[in-house]
Design a protein around this ligand. Structure first.
Ligand code: EPZ
Length: 438
C-alpha cells in the first residue's frame, strides 16, 4: 500500500529527454466507483488492477470503517465482502478529502435504502456542486438532506425514474447507476456522461448481475434486479495517467512507449499531440510518442468525452507554453483549473488567463524555480515542466500528485528523468550541485 511518508517535495534537475517504456496502472476514477459499488452484494467480489494511490486507499479505509471486509491479495488486487456492514454512516476523517466519497452514498443507498456520507472534498478546481446527484436520488424516491456537512439519503423503496441530467456529469451519472441497479423497474438516464470510466463501472455492475444498457452513449437504461452476486473484475487502464506520460515525451523532446493502454480512449489526446508536432504510433495496447524540434501552437477546448479531457488540460498548458507561437486553451468544465499558470510563470512561461480561457505565448524554455502543486493534475503537469526546465526545480505538496499517480517519481526516473522525493529540501540541495532559486 502506498506508504504515508512526509516526503512531500520533489527536486527535479531538468534537461533530460524522457526515453523508454512506462506501464500504465488501473484507472483511478473507475476504481473509486467500482470499489464503492462492490459492497452492493453480500458475496465476495475480487477487483484487479486497482492503482495503489492515496484516493483508492482512503476509499477502502472508509469502507472498512463501516464493517466492509477488504483483503488485499496483492498491491493491485483486493477481495471485498460487504455482508457485514454494521451501519451506513461513513465517518472517517480522510473521506472528506476525496471527491469520490459520494459513490458510497449511491452504493449504500442502492443496497440499504439509507446512507450518510460527508460531503465530498477533492481537488480545488472550482465549485463542485452535487445538485445532479441529489436530483437523481430524489427522482428514484429517496429523501436527501445535508446536515452539518453530512449528506443523508433515505428511501422506503427505490423505483424507476426517467432522469434528464442538466449538465453532463461523470459523478452523477455513475451515482444514479449505483442507486438504481436494485431499484424496481427501468430507470433511464438522459444526457449521461460517456467517459471510459463510466462504461467500466457499468460493465462491473453487469458482471455482478445488473442489467445496464447504453453506457458510453448519452442514454443509459438500467433495469432493476433483485440482487447482485460475486464476480472478478479488472479495472481499465488509466486514460489520464497514460495521457500524462504521452505529454512527458512531448514536453521533454523524448521518446516513450506508453504500455497497457486502450488507444481508443486516447484519441483526442493523440490528435492534439500530433497537431503540435509529435509523432504517434499506435499498437493494440500501447502508444509510442516521439517529439523532436520545437512544439507547434494550437487551440484546445476541454469537453466531456469523447472531447479533449479537462484532466489533460494542465498538461497541454505546459506543452503549449513552450510552443513556437500563440495558443489558447478554453476550460469549459471547471471554473478554476488554471491555478498552475502562476507556478509556470515563475518558471518563465508567458500566459494570460481571461475568464475560462488561457492565452499562451510560447517561450523558448523554462528555468527551474521553487513551486508548489496546486492540485492533482496541475501538480503532475508542473513536474513535466520541471523535467524540461534549465536547472533545478523544487515542487512542494507532492502528496496531492500521489493522490492519483502511483510511483510517479520512480516511473519518471526509469525514463531517465532526474527526480528525487525528499522530506528535507535544504539537506538535498546542499548535497547536490544545482542552486534552486527562491
Ligand atoms: C470526475 O469528477 C473526476 N473525478 C474528475 O477528475 C474529472 O475532472 C471530472 O469527472 C470530469 O471528467 C472522479 O472521477 C473522482 P463531473 P466529477 O460531475 O464527477 C458540474 C481528477 O483529476 N456538476 O463530471 O466531480 C461540475 O461543476 C479529477 O482525477 C454539476 O453542476 O465531475 C462540472 O462543471 C479532477 N452538478 C461538471 O458538472 C453536479 O451535481 C462536470 O463535473 C455534478 C457536477
Amino acid at each position: 500500500m502506498a506508504a504515508k511518508t512526509d516526503k512531500d517535495h520533489y527536486i527535479i534537475n531538468g534537461g533530460n529527454p524522457l526515453r523508454g517504456e512506462v506501464v500504465i496502472g488501473g484507472a483511478k476514477n473507475a476504481a473509486l466507483a467500482i470499489i464503492a459499488a462492490s459492497v452492493m452484494t453480500d458475496e465476495t467480489v475480487t477487483i484487479e488492477n486497482i492503482p495503489d494511490v492515496r484516493d483508492t486507499n482512503v476509499m477502502m479505509e472508509a469502507m472498512e470503517g463501516i464493517g466492509v471486509k477488504i483483503k488485499r491479495l496483492d498491491r493491485h488486487t483486493i477481495e471485498v465482502n460487504g455482508s457485514q456492514v454494521e451501519n451506513v454512516n461513513i465517518d472517517t476523517e480522510n473521506i472528506r478529502k476525496i471527491r469520490a466519497s459520494y459513490y458510497l452514498l449511491g452504493a449504500l443507498l442502492g443496497k440499504y435504502r439509507h446512507a450518510e456520507v460527508p460531503l465530498p472534498g477533492g481537488c480545488d478546481i472550482g465549485s463542485r456542486p452535487i445538485d445532479q446527484h441529489v436530483k437523481g436520488f430524489k427522482a428514484l424516491g429517496s429523501k436527501v438532506s445535508i446536515e452539518r456537512g453530512i449528506m443523508k439519503a433515505t428511501a422506503d423503496r427505490l423505483s424507476a425514474a426517467h432522469i434528464y441530467m442538466d449538465v453532463v456529469t461523470v459523478g452523477a451519472t455513475i451515482n444514479v447507476m449505483l442507486s438504481s441497479v436494485l431499484a424496481e423497474g427501468k430507470t433511464i438516464i438522459e444526457n449521461a456522461a460517456k467517459e471510459p470510466h463510466v462504461v467500466d463501472v457499468a460493465n462491473f455492475l453487469n458482471s455482478m448481475g445488473a442489467n445496464i444498457k447504453g453506457a458510453g452513449t448519452d442514454v443509459i437504461r438500467i433495469r432493476g434486479v433483485e440482487r447482485l452476486h460475486s464476480c472478478t473484475y479488472s479495472v481499465i487502464p488509466d486514460q489520464i495517467e497514460a495521457g500524462t506520460f504521452m505529454y512527458a515525451a512531448a514536453i521533454t523532446g523524448g521518446d516513450i512507449l506508453v504500455r497497457n493502454v486502450i488507444p481508443k480512449h486516447l484519441e483526442s489526446i493523440s490528435a492534439k499531440l500530433e497537431e503540435i508536432g509529435c509523432n504517434i504510433e499506435e499498437f493494440d495496447d500501447a502508444v509510442r510518442v516521439t517529439a523532436s524540434g520545437r512544439l507547434q501552437p494550437t487551440h484546445i477546448k476541454t469537453l466531456p468525452y469523447p472531447g479533449y479531457p479537462t484532466d489533460m488540460q494542465p498538461q497541454a498548458g505546459v506543452a503549449l507554453a513552450l510552443a513556437d507561437g500563440v495558443s489558447t486553451i478554453t476550460e469549459s468544465i471547471f471554473e478554476n483549473r488554471f491555478k498552475y499558470v502562476d507556478e509556470l510563470t515563475r518558471m518563465g512561461a508567458n500566459i494570460r488567463v481571461e475568464g475560462n480561457t488561457a492565452i499562451i505565448d510560447g517561450v523558448e524554455g523554462f528555468t527551474g524555480a521553487h513551486i508548489s502543486a496546486p492540485d492533482l493534475r496541475a501538480g503532475a503537469s508542473l513536474v513535466l515542466a520541471a523535467l524540461a526546465a534549465d536547472g533545478a526545480t523544487v515542487i512542494d505538496n507532492v502528496r496531492l500528485i500521489e493522490r492519483g499517480y502511483e510511483d510517479f517519481d520512480e516511473k519518471i526516473r526509469a525514463l531517465g528523468g532526474d527526480i528525487i522525493k525528499t522530506a528535507d529540501v535544504k539537506q538535498e540541495i546542499k548535497k547536490s550541485k544545482f542552486k534552486v532559486v527562491g
